[in-house]
Design a protein around this ligand. Structure first.
Ligand code: SAH
Length: 341
């Protein structure tokens, strides 16, 4: 069965016309799905009963069941959703003063194999469809009875490895007739798929690009992130500079600080050299140690020193507040959970 949430508004209009319905029905359905957030076609009361039956027969609503919900002492919530094919995905809600942010998964599993990340070592199963990505936000909004203001593609998976579905999901999330989440409030994070960075630059959407850099030499980065063997730091930095030129937008670089690995003054110096003059911001993440992981968190002293060195040398850097670490919901802690039906 087709998933009704896989369609952006334009596709839905075309789809409805193709089944002999009027185009304006698409907008009505969009409102039911993303403003009223109903869970059945029967609730779409301004559609004829005949149309509701047709929709029921041909499309699923992709309603997720919450298999598990954990709440952190800081208000962070981690959801394990049943994606209806025997698999499950994790989604995290973070509450900041400026609004609510959802960290979404883009794939079931991940192929990137970053050594410090808990999603590594779990089998890659498949991409999530656009609707399956969007449903994470719908399901969280339904659960909390409030609206989400920001979305980060920083859950499980490599969003640029599921490019078309991620772009379509952004279009659906952004539509003013629906969830209406501004693209400026959406961040896409990548481990560095260079050709896709160019594709994204040419999309003409305003979302923020985050680059998981984490290291300043190829040797160091390749040891942490196998993707660096495919696209090295030089190629990645060139793509980032081109991205800024094309979009005129600031890039956010993620740098996870691991003790005695990438957190000393020499690293900071090299990082300044790499980023000097670029329209960017550095997000320092105290690395979260994963089960059997070889990396552990830098000392607070080193983290502050690292930040201060960057700031003193003209690179804007902030330390990411850690949310949800007590429920394994912090950066890099999400794992695909297996579900047997
Ligand atoms: N695949 C994408 C998005 C998922 S990860 C990417 O690589 O960017 C989201 C962010 O969390 C990335 O910056 C990632 O490098 C970081 N991360 C992963 N594991 C981590 C860990 N154990 N501690 C801190 N940050 C981690």
């Amino acid at each position: 069965m087709k998933n009704i949430k896989d369609y952006d508004l334009q596709d839905l209009q075309e789809e409805l016309v193709s089944i002999g319905e009027k185009k304006y029905r698409a907008e009505q359905i969009f409102k039911w799905l993303y403003i009223e957030k109903v869970k059945t076609f029967d609730e779409m009361t301004n559609l004829s009963i005949e149309l509701r039956e047709k929709l029921k027969d041909n499309y699923s609503m992709c309603n997720y069941n919450i298999l598990k919900k954990q709440e952190s002492s800081d208000g962070t919530k981690k959801y394990l959703f049943d994606v209806l094919d025997g698999n499950a995905i994790e989604t995290v809600l973070m509450q900041y003063h400026h609004g609510k942010t959802v960290c979404v998964s883009s794939q079931i599993g991940c192929k990137m194999g970053c050594k410090f990340c808990a999603s590594t070592g779990v089998q890659f199963i498949r991409n999530l469809s656009a609707g399956e990505i969007v449903e994470q936000i719908v399901a969280v909004e339904q659960d909390i009875g409030d609206r989400i203001s920001n979305i980060v593609f920083m859950g499980i998976g490599e969003p640029l490895d599921n490019y078309d579905n991620v772009i379509k999901a952004i279009n659906i999330l952004n539509n003013q007739k629906g969830l209406n989440i501004g693209t400026r409030h959406i961040s896409v994070s990548t481990s560095g798929l260079v050709p896709k960075i160019y594709d994204l630059a040419n999309e003409n959407i305003q979302c923020t690009l985050s680059i998981s850099l984490h290291a300043t030499t190829d040797e160091q980065r390749s040891s942490m992130m196998p993707i660096n063997n495919r696209y090295n730091i030089n190629e990645l930095m060139k793509a980032c500079k081109d991205y800024i030129k094309i979009t005129n937008k600031r890039i956010s670089f993620e740098y996870a600080l691991a003790k005695d690995n990438n957190d000393n003054l020499e690293d900071a110096k090299r990082l300044v050299k790499l980023l000097k003059g670029m329209l960017c911001h550095v997000n320092l993440i105290p690395i979260n140690k994963i089960e059997n992981g070889q990396y552990s968190k830098s000392t607070n002293e080193n983290i502050l020193k690292f930040r201060d060195y960057l700031n003193d040398n003209g690179i804007v850097a902030t330390i990411r507040r850690e949310l949800g670490s007590d429920i394994d919901a912090a950066c890099g802690q999400l794992r695909r959970k297996n579900l047997k039906k």
